[in-house]
Design a protein. Structure first.
Length: 406
């Protein structure tokens, strides 16, 4: 077999469908977020990033970068091993304590990413709990789906954000078997938020274990940045709260928070936790500084909400179609993969505005979109430039506007 011929055929199929991914080659500029430099074949150009998951710009906060530099000088570059074999650094221990406290839990456990935390924790729980049944929200993230699949546990998909459907399904299942209800708080593509209390009500009636992914909420919601469950006073009702250190906290890593027994169990049985090098001490130190900062400072969160409201209002005023949602994510709907990519290319080439197109399979076909994520660091001028560029493109392409336009 000619392997490369096969690979190229597969890639051509993606290109034909308009969903071949092209990465923007960026250099982020510390101290100037959301500004970055893009490397292209024609040379370098300045761009404004409008689609980063570094939602609060913590990736360049001096308290974070300072802590990372100090940790490198103290401890060197890498952890030097898995957590079990010489790789547990004191920063890991402090960070796990800080995360447990953030979510009001007895313990927390770090992973190399949010993806790995979902894959390893859900996979291990569903595989090891005898005869477990998983109830998984229809819109759950790939990392949860892969973990559940890997466990080979019986799985039922309930309708997205629908506690009634969850209740109906639970009624049909053997009451003696252990159940895991897995869902997210903020869904990152539509920006909608789960009815966490109602889902917990249903899960509690059936004695189910509740697993909440707060990846798009930690740092951003709640008085200490504990997420939507903190904001709504519900953290104690969740068996596990899972989060990332790579989005609003601005660095890298993932974690679960829950009971001591649960965290010790995952620590002791999850392959994806055990057999991999621990996060570098500097990463743990940087995220520790970020979590600590956002626990006591709400300035970033309020400015973030202010910027989001402003962008949303301006888009609404010119009739750009978007999903109205209660979160910080602004999905501008295009509904066609090629158009979506073309608009994104124009924004970048003609306006120096970078918004990555989001196409299938990340979102369903026909719902292709530009996912705009304002940060506290986007200025009024940045917003003016975004709005006038989008307005110009919408007119040029004769794209439909929505009638709510003033
Ligand atoms: C990004 C994401 C993850 C994975 O987190 P990483 O730290 O980026 O690996 C998990 N869950 C959801 C819902 C996500 O969007």
């Amino acid at each position: 077999m000619d392997f490369d011929v096969f690979f190229n055929q597969q890639l051509d199929a993606l290109k034909q469908e308009g969903r071949y991914r092209v990465f923007a080659d960026l250099e982020r500029k510390a101290g100037a977020f959301p500004a970055a430099v893009q490397h292209t074949e024609a040379g370098i150009k300045d761009v404004t990033v409008w689609c980063s998951n570094d939602y609060l710009g913590m990736g360049q906060h001096p308290c974070v970068t300072g802590a990372m530099k100090e940790a490198i000088d103290r401890c060197g570059a890498g952890a030097g091993g898995t957590r079990n074999i010489s790789g547990t650094n004191h920063y890991h221990v402090l960070l796990e304590q800080e995360l447990a406290d953030l979510h009001g839990k007895e313990a927390a456990l770090l992973f190399t990413s949010g993806y790995v935390s979902n894959w390893a924790a859900l996979g291990t729980l569903a595989a090891r709990l005898p005869r477990a049944i998983v109830l998984s929200d229809a819109s759950n993230h790939a990392s949860m789906i892969e973990g559940i699949r890997h466990s080979r546990a019986e799985t039922h998909i309930f309708k997205h954000n629908d506690p009634e459907d969850l209740a109906q399904r639970l009624l049909t299942l053997d009451p003696e078997r252990p159940k895991i209800v897995a869902f997210e708080s903020v869904y990152s593509m539509d920006g909608d938020i789960a009815p966490i209390a109602e889902i917990c009500d249903v899960a509690e009636r059936h004695g189910a274990f509740t697993y909440l992914d707060e990846v798009h909420a930690v740092g951003l919601y709640g008085p200490r940045g504990g997420g939507v469950a903190e904001r709504e006073g519900l953290m104690h009702r969740l068996s596990v709260i899972e989060g990332t250190l790579g989005k609003a906290f601005g660095v890298m890593g993932g974690y679960i928070a829950g009971s001591s027994a649960l965290c010790d169990f995952i620590r002791s049985y999850a392959s994806g936790f055990i057999f991999t090098t621990a996060l570098p001490p500097a990463i743990a130190a940087g995220t520790l500084a970020s979590v600590r900062h956002l626990k006591v400072s709400s300035a970033e969160r309020s400015r973030h909400q202010n910027r989001v409201a402003k962008v949303r209002a301006r888009l609404k005023a010119i009739g750009i179609p978007m999903i109205d949602n209660p979160s910080h994510i602004i999905p501008v709907m295009v509904g066609n993969a090629k158009k979506c990519k073309q608009i994104s290319d124009w924004l970048l080439e003609n306006h120096g505005i970078y918004v990555q197109p989001i196409n299938y399979p990340t979102v369903p076909k026909g719902t292709e979109r530009l996912r705009i994520t304002p940060s506290p660091l986007h200025s009024d001028g940045d917003i003016d430039r975004l709005i006038s560029a989008l307005s110009e493109i919408w007119s040029q392409c004769a794209l439909a506007r929505v009638s709510s336009a003033a």
